[in-house]
Each structure stands twice: as C-alpha cells, then as structure tokens.
Write a protein that binds this ligand. Structure first.
Ligand SMILES: C[S@@+](CC[C@H](N)C(=O)[O-])C[C@H]1O[C@@H](n2cnc3c(N)ncnc32)[C@H](O)[C@@H]1O
Length: 297
C-alpha cells in the first residue's frame, strides 16, 4: 500500500508546477529543482495540436523564474564530465531505482530531439497530475505490471472514470487487481489480459475511437510506433499520450548502442519529432524504473 502514498499526497508535498499547454506542455517543479537537476528526461508527453490554454498551478512562479531555472539547468548540465558514465547510482533510498546523469552527449541528444526540455516531478505524480489537469474520465494504460502507475491514474480519476489497463502477463495482473481492490478503485479499472496492440485494435473495432482522454504507454518498446498510431485513433483531439522511458537509460544517445530495441526507440523519437499531428514535450523524471523490471519489457 505504500506505493499509493505519493499519489495520495500529490497536492500536499508543496510541489509548485507550472504547466503550459499551447503548442507544447512545459512542466517543472521549483522546489525540487536543485536536488533533481542531474537526472534525465525520459518520457514524452504528447498532446494533440488544438487547445490554446495556459495553466498556472502556482501563483508564485513567474515566467522570468522559469527562464532563470532553465538557464541554470543548462549550465549545470554542461559542466558535467564528458567521460562520466550515464548511470551514476542505484540508490536504496529510492527503492533501488536507477538514476542517470546528464552528460553533454545526452544533453545534446535532448536538445536535438525535443522542442523544449522541461522538468517534472516523479513519474506517478506526473501521471496523476496530468489526469487531473485534463479532467480525464477515460484513460488507457499499456503495460500494467503489478499496477503501480495504473493505480496512480485510477486514484486520480473521478468515481465515474474508467481506466483500460492492458497487460500480457496474467500473474502481474492478479497482483495489480489486488491493489486496485485494496485502494478502492477496482470499479474504475477495466483489466484487459492480452497483447496491447490487439486490445487497442479491438477497442477501435468496437467503435471507441476518439473516446479517451489520456493514455500511458509502458509495454513493449519496439511496438511504440504501432501503439502510438492506434492510440491516435482512440484518444480525442486535445488528449494526452505519455510514453515511458524514451531515452532508454541514455542508450538512444550512444552511437555505439544499436540493438533492435534501442534503434526502434531512437527511430520512434525521431518520427515523433517530425510528426506535426501532435505537440510534444520530454519530461524529466527523477528516477528510472528498477533494473529488474527490464526483464519484463
Ligand atoms: C515496465 S512494465 C510496466 C510497469 C507499469 N507501467 C508500472 O509503472 O507499474 C512493462 C509491462 O509491459 C508488459 N508488456 C510487455 N509487452 C507487452 C505487450 N505486447 N502487451 C501487453 N503488455 C506487455 C510486461 O509484461 C510488463 O508487465
């Protein structure tokens, strides 16, 4: 149950977020800025080009501060050692999550592949916050595992909301369902056991196009392009699609790494950059998934 805590207390941890949604989304957390400065962006947030809105969740954050913080981050990043390895720690304090330094090479990759690199709070908070800001009622998650991120989404949904949670591994789903029940959100979650692409295709055939507000993609990385195309049909204009771990532990920026998964993520990132159907932003997260989860991808 401790996994639920960060989402439950999302508004009580004094994170100040400024989120701008017009041609892109910018996110940053002012009070966590300094401690998290050296961790990488790893998640694309995709929004359909439509709305011209401005959300300020903190009246204390001015635009000039935004610019100042961005400049500072840039200086810090550029001062890091070119020869430093990407992976700098496996920190017990953060549940043995792997953290990554921004080296000049990775930073260059970020600059070349995103329209604006923002800063964000940690993963589940970001998902829950996006769901709340969007006023999302219908969401999709691809890749549930034991339910951590889907729980964050389900908790942020209204009582009448619905999350389609898709996972190919039945055992993981059983664990997830136990936590949905314990958290009192089981009624909001429609669990789909199967391959994500097949589930999305059947949702399209069932006439569910343009009926979802939000999607989180965290399943088979090599399928990201296909998931994305299917989700573009299911998520409404103005909706948001979040794609996990697009920097792939920094490997996308390493020309010496050319395994199939890395190449496919690299190609997907490049395609997304050129895709004018959507606005994109790359959100930094403080932590990367625990190493042992890689076995499930
Ligand atoms: C990184 S884990 C998801 C973690 C989860 N989103 C969370 O934060 O707790 C990836 C999951 O995707 C599932 N998966 C991988 N390929 C899949 C596919 N083609 N269809 C459905 N699920 C898939 C794996 O079984 C694994 O449980």
């Amino acid at each position: 149950m401790s996994q639920i805590t960060p989402q439950k207390f999302i508004f009580e941890r004094h994170h100040r977020l400024l989120i701008r949604i017009n041609s892109h989304i910018s996110l940053f957390s002012t009070n966590r800025f300094f401690e998290s400065d050296f961790f990488v962006y790893q998640r694309f947030i995709v929004q359909f080009n439509s709305t011209q809105r401005f959300y300020s969740l903190s009246s204390h954050v001015s635009k000039s501060r935004f610019i100042k913080l961005n400049n500072l981050r840039r200086n810090c990043s550029l001062s890091s050692d070119a020869a430093a390895p990407f992976i700098v720690a496996d920190d017990e304090k953060y549940g043995n999550k792997q953290v990554i330094s921004i080296t000049p090479r990775l930073y260059d990759y970020i600059l070349a592949n995103v329209r604006e690199p923002p800063v964000s709070p940690d993963q589940a908070q970001l998902l829950a916050m996006l769901v709340q800001i969007l006023g999302a009622a219908r969401c999709i998650e691809l890749g549930v595992y034991t339910g951590y991120s889907s729980l964050a989404i389900a908790l942020a949904l209204p009582e009448s909301g619905c999350l389609v949670a898709c996972e190919r591994d039945a055992k993981s789903l059983e664990v997830a369902k136990r936590y949905y029940e314990l958290a009192g959100v089981l009624h909001k979650v429609s669990v789909k056991h199967g391959l994500a692409a097949d589930v999305l295709k059947s949702m399209i055939s069932n006439g569910e196009t343009c009926s979802y507000d939000f999607a989180f993609v965290d399943a088979e990385k090599r399928m990201n392009q296909e998931y994305f195309e299917l989700l573009l049909q299911l998520v409404r204009v103005g909706g948001v699609i979040v794609i996990d771990n697009v920097l792939w532990h920094g490997k996308v920026a390493d020309p010496l790494v050319n395994d199939a998964k890395t190449v496919s993520i690299r190609n997907f990132n490049r395609n997304l950059l050129a895709d004018d159907r959507v606005s994109i932003s790359l959100a930094r997260s403080k932590s990367i998934k625990p190493l042992n989860r890689d076995n499930h991808r």
